[in-house]
Ligand binder design. Structure first.
Ligand code: DAU
Length: 334
């Protein structure tokens, strides 16, 4: 397999992430946008693309609240444009047999909305009820993909996954943000009461699930992926603090927990997510290999061991501007 990695290199993309690839000879980086139809059509033709794994998205909920327009563009129009390129090259021009092609769409558990305490985890049959502009844009893109399968016979699969964590994650998401703020002895912002629940999955386990669905999942199906690790946000933040107390004690000897700062909640904040990953376990034999305790420890170690990666991200003016926009004006509540 040769991988053509198309990336627009917007704020969260970085060539720093490609420096340690295991087989660089099987990888080609292409700088470009999924919004450019002619460019995409040319790529399919030039590289005879037979499989698409569509990760490209605006993915941060807070950003979608402050600026939803980009989410509509990238997540909805971008997915439509990519689907059109695949339809043209695979179906209209008939360059491959359907069994030789696959459009795999990466989606999220947020399309299902929010769970009350005690409600059962989401299955593939649960109705969509997205709450944030981000979640709504992903739900729309899922519907587009499904409709291309139903209407044009485009061979597709969709995976809806829970919160990822692990190396190389852009430090706007909870876990890397808390790790880096704690290392720099900055306040650790916890939204609301910190009792919201997410279903944490190590990125390697997400990737192994995607690989299984691509190679063994039937076209026209969707799979839920989840880590079945569901502590409250506050527990995650405290665990990171305790790990850092061991791995990198503060200069003044105080506990990292003292840096925790409760701040005003995210508008429309979903309370609880939980995925039922029974289908992918039963049908494809997938199971996550990382538990959250080891996964968090390894993740903290990775950020401590990669100061050059952190520095490159930190230097981005856009990132500094985002931190100021989202956090400096956010009211402190305790
Ligand atoms: O569930 C899958 C989704 O998980 C993905 O589809 C999204 O792309 C991804 O961003 C993530 O969404 P969340 O909103 O759950 O992730 P985030 O890391 O932004 O926040 C996790 C929880 O931590 C959430 O309850 C909000 C809270 N939080 C987040 C930040 C950034 C804080 O308390 N403080 C913070 O500074």
């Amino acid at each position: 397999v040769h991988v053509f990695n198309l990336d627009a290199l917007t704020y969260a993309g970085s060539l720093e992430n490609l420096k340690e690839l295991p087989s660089p000879e099987r990888h080609t980086f292409i700088n470009g946008s999924i919004l450019d139809q002619e460019f995409l059509n040319g790529l399919f033709q030039k590289h005879q693309i037979d499989t698409v794994v569509h990760f490209a998205a605006e993915s941060h909920v807070d950003r979608s609240i402050l600026g939803p327009g980009q989410f509509v563009q990238t997540n909805i129009v971008g997915t439509f444009t990519l689907l059109e390129a695949a339809r043209k090259f695979w179906i209209q021009e008939n360059n491959f047999q359907p069994s030789q092609t696959r459009f795999h769409h990466i989606s999220t558990d947020e399309v299902f909305g929010s769970l009350a305490p005690g409600e059962p985890a989401w299955t593939e049959e649960t109705s969509y009820a997205p709450n944030s502009p981000y979640a709504a844009s992903k739900a729309a893109s899922d519907h587009l993909v499904r409709s291309y399968g139903h209407t044009y016979g485009l061979p597709y699969t969709i995976t809806n996954c829970s919160n990822n964590y692990g190396p190389y994650q852009f430090p706007e998401k909870l876990i890397p943000l808390i790790i880096l703020n704690a290392i720099e002895e900055k306040p650790l912002p916890v939204y609301g009461d910190g009792q919201q629940v997410r279903d944490w999955l190590h990125v390697d386990d997400h990737c192994s699930a995607i690989h299984l669905v691509l190679t063994k999942g039937a076209a026209g199906t969707t799979f839920n992926i989840g880590g079945e690790n569901q502590p409250a946000n506050m527990t995650i933040v405290e665990t990171i603090c305790d790990i850092l107390d061991e791995q990198k004690p503060r200069a003044n000897g105080a506990a990292h927990r003292e840096l925790i700062q409760f701040v005003k909640d995210r508008p429309g904040h979903d309370r609880r997510y939980a995925m039922d990953a029974g289908k992918i376990r039963r049908e494809l034999g997938w199971h996550p290999r990382h538990n959250l305790t080891d996964g968090l420890l390894n993740t903290v170690d990775w950020y401590l061991a990669h100061p050059e990666w952190v520095l490159a991200i930190r230097k981005q003016l856009e990132y500094q501007a985002w931190l100021a926009k989202n956090y400096d004006t956010r009211e402190k509540t305790a």
